[in-house]
Design a protein around this ligand. Structure first.
Ligand code: IMP
Length: 451
């Protein structure tokens, strides 16, 4: 079976980029199947640092096809910026990148809507989006009437379609000022048409029916790596709604986003940071708004790749990560940024929540319950040693090995990869037998409310 999938099990930024880069060496095709320019992947390769948003990091390797599928919302300006950045640094992109003609296109009105609407959640509050127009573009995709896909940029009626949508959006945006802010100025459809025609010409060599390509690729036995964007807790259907992104960022999104049925994926690697982070609004039950949180932020360089916002930091949440590892069908775990925990006397892992005085290991479906969740912690001793130089599981301090065992046990999956620094070399491959893997006892399904 040819498919491997890498899924972030937290709120994004689990350092999936590094793992994907390592695994790319064993694959022929790397696929990005959801999200858009809201994601930020940092890869350190050959002593150079690369920051990519839309284009899979597989582009840095020879002989690998990179595919951006129809489940992605594509901002052509971002795609062109990345292509030109790569080319200017000597990376060949032509012949190695395919962009789906089914991908929905981000237009300037989406970016304006994103800014105007964030902060207007029903019930108050803000999602704290990345401001890249992701939610509004997905809304138009599902709404259909105002949607324009990458393939549409080559149609003769593009200008009249842009005029139709811009007229509608201008009426909408004029009536939609944010409190204390002037209404957005009108969008000029003629200028937008010219700009998007130019983008279309620049992107023409890359545009393809990627669904047809991928179906053939798996059928002839090519090895395909599906890279998740964001994390499973930001999944629009199964995450911490409404504080989520607008796509299926868990493992459940692979098939719909790429067009490749799940039966072709036989290895799902769940990626977690050794602690928790979140950027934007919404509950983070294990948040440490104190010296511990500062330690994690500074040692882990926890600032957003896309927006540079400081990330909120806290202890590892095994309730949340166990939920998302089950949701994504995870077989094995990669634990990233373990070195960041060095220097803390004592470490804590959240193994249960107390909600309204009741203890549970089930991740709540309602945000109001998650907001009330009080973490129940297991405490473990910390370590002083610098892990960034360690390359073998056996050379880790006993406290670090115990910490990994606790994560594997609580998630009931083996830890097979540990990262102790940003470089490819700073990676420990673990024997499955180093994970104790306690049997996981399923909880009884709860009856429907009122049933
Ligand atoms: P959007 O995807 O820009 O609509 O943002 C929705 C929520 O997802 C916000 O809380 C963002 O901070 C968060 N988010 C989106 N992309 C990422 C990511 O790549 N890493 C971490 N958080 C993200």
């Amino acid at each position: 079976m040819p498919g491997t999938c890498v899924i972030g099990l937290q709120w994004g930024d689990e350092a999936k980029g590094k793992l994907v880069d390592i695994l790319t060496g064993e694959h022929d095709v790397v696929v990005r199947y959801a999200g858009g320019a809201n994601a930020g992947h940092t890869v350190v390769s050959g002593g150079q640092t690369w920051k990519l948003s839309l284009i899979p990091s597989g582009i840095l390797r020879d002989g690998v096809q990179c595919v951006v599928t129809g489940g992605v919302v594509l901002d052509p300006a971002s795609a062109i910026r990345e292509i030109e950045m790569l080319e200017s640094r000597g990376v060949t992109v032509n012949g190695k990148l395919q962009l789906s003609d089914r991908a929905h296109v981000v237009f300037p009105w989406h970016i304006v809507e994103d800014r105007l609407l964030d902060g207007s959640l029903s019930g108050g509050g803000a999602i704290g989006t990345t401001g890249r127009g992701i939610g509004p573009c997905y809304r138009d995709k599902v709404g259909r009437s105002l949607a324009i896909r990458l393939g549409d940029l080559y149609r003769d009626d593009l200008r009249s379609r842009i005029e139709h949508v811009a007229a509608f959006k201008n009426r909408l945006l004029a009536s939609w000022p944010r409190p204390g802010e002037a209404a957005a100025g009108p969008l000029d459809p003629v200028a937008i048409h010219e700009q998007y025609r130019a983008y279309a010409e620049r992107l023409r060599p890359f545009v393809a029916d990627t669904t047809a390509y991928l179906l053939s690729a798996v059928e002839v036995g090519h090895k395909v790596l599906f890279e998740g964007a964001q994390g499973a807790l930001l999944d629009v259907d199964h995450g911490t709604f409404p504080y989520v992104t607008s796509s299926n960022s868990s493992g459940l999104g692979v098939a719909a986003g790429s067009g490749v049925p799940g039966r072709w994926v036989d290895r799902v690697i769940g990626v977690v940071k050794a602690y928790s982070t979140r950027v934007g609004g919404g509950p983070l039950p294990t948040e440490q708004d104190n010296a511990i949180g500062m330690h994690l932020r500074e040692r882990g360089h926890e600032y957003g790749t896309v927006t540079m916002r400081p990330r909120r930091c806290g202890w590892f949440d095994a309730v949340a990560a166990r939920y998302t590892s089950r949701l994504s069908g995870v077989d094995e775990l990669a634990v990233m940024l373990l070195d960041v925990l060095g220097g803390l006397d004592e470490l804590a892992i959240c193994s249960a929540y107390e909600i309204d005085g009741r203890r549970t290991t089930q991740f709540p479906s309602q945000i109001t319950d998650l907001e009330k969740a009080v973490p129940v912690y297991e405490t473990l001793p910390g370590w002083e040693e610098d892990l960034s130089v360690v390359r073998r599981h056996a050379d880790l301090p006993a406290a670090a090995r115990d910490y990994l065992t606790a994560i594997g046990d609580l998630l009931a999956r083996p830890v097979v990869i540990v990262s102790v620094g940003p470089d490819r070399e700073q990676t420990i491959l673990c024997d499955r037998s180093t994970s104790r893997r306690l049997p996981w006892r399923p909880s009884q399904p709860s009856p429907a409310a009122g049933g």
